[in-house]
Design a protein around this ligand. Sequence first.
Ligand SMILES: [Fe+2]
Length: 418
Amino acid sequence: MQHDCRKDLQDLQKLPRQPMLSYVQKQSQPTAPRPKTADRTPTRYPLLTAFVSSKIVAWIWPYLSQRLGPRHPFLTYAASDTDQGVYRMPGGDTEVRLALAGDWATGTDEAHGIGELITGYAPHYSIHLGDVYYVGGPQEVAENFLGIKNPHNAFEPCTWPQGSLGSFALNGNHEMYARGFGYFDQMLPTLGLVQNGTPVGQKASFFCLENDHWRIIALDTGYNSIDWPIVEFFRTPPCELRPEQITWLRDIVRPRADDPRGIILLTHHQYYSRYEDWYPLQAKQLAEFFSRPVLWYWGHEHRMAVYEEFQVPGGIRAIGRCIGHGGMPIDLPPADPKHKECAVEFVDQRHYQNDEHLTIGYNGYARMTLNADRVTVEYQDVLGAIIFTEAWTVDAGGNLQRIRETPSVAANAAAPAS
Ligand SMILES: [Fe+2]
């Protein structure tokens, strides 16, 4: 990328999914863009730079002040409110465009580039699948999501691109590293449906967008992604859905077996993965609601991967799509994946040429177009190339049917993974 006024990917590489170490790595980041002429070879052990005496206080105090204490209250839809988090999208033959990006809010040149591509797509709805780096605190939400200049550094901020009809954000684990205050109090009020040209605010971290053919149901797996300080250093929470969301699904959304609409789920955490950890508890909690396969988009993992249908015992059947490649340094697929039983139809395994000498993949996002009973999804990379395309229809029984009429993989993309 040739912006060079925002943050470098190297400072975010190998960021631990662990609160204290995220606070530590944040302090290894410089306070101004590196000169273009300087040697951009990454520091070999960036975490160690945060332990020099001049920087220890700089991360210990934010860690103690932001990480310790109760989480922000989990927000729900009040029973007396006419807004119950189910929003009607245009339907019929009207085209509806949605932009989906995960793990985008890094403040890097690449994140800014993705934001410009989304703006060029002119989505009706833009949805961030979660994770504001490094710890989703108030300053980082302002700088990396809301486009507010940080007076304490020399970087240009990044602004999440708004949809013409609405914008939403899911909750990620990094937002919760600062206990969710930046997410709930600063981000959500700037989002939600657009009325009279102004977002009215996103009232909760879960919602549903629907029309005559589709229901897009977004759920919060981030709120329960943190544990007690210290304890969370040794174990990863299973990220179960809060009971308020189950009640909302049961009483408000009320998915029915005879509902002919196709189901598209959005969460921050992955149900399954060929490469990293699984979070199957969510899929088991959803088993009472969905008996047919669903399309499920998630982030958290920093890669783009298109999965074959898969399920765990007791979990729903899901056609998974990992799109956590919005703004972080992208992990290239390992030669020996952790879970070979999870088959991928396609995974982006191209090496992104960058001036930081990093061995990483391409950033990107998904552009989803609804048109009556058809949904088309194009996966665009940070340089503007469409690397994978898929289309589905939903039949009268609510079953998803893949349409295979054009090549899915662009000629300039890597071959599908086996
Ligand atoms: Fe995450």
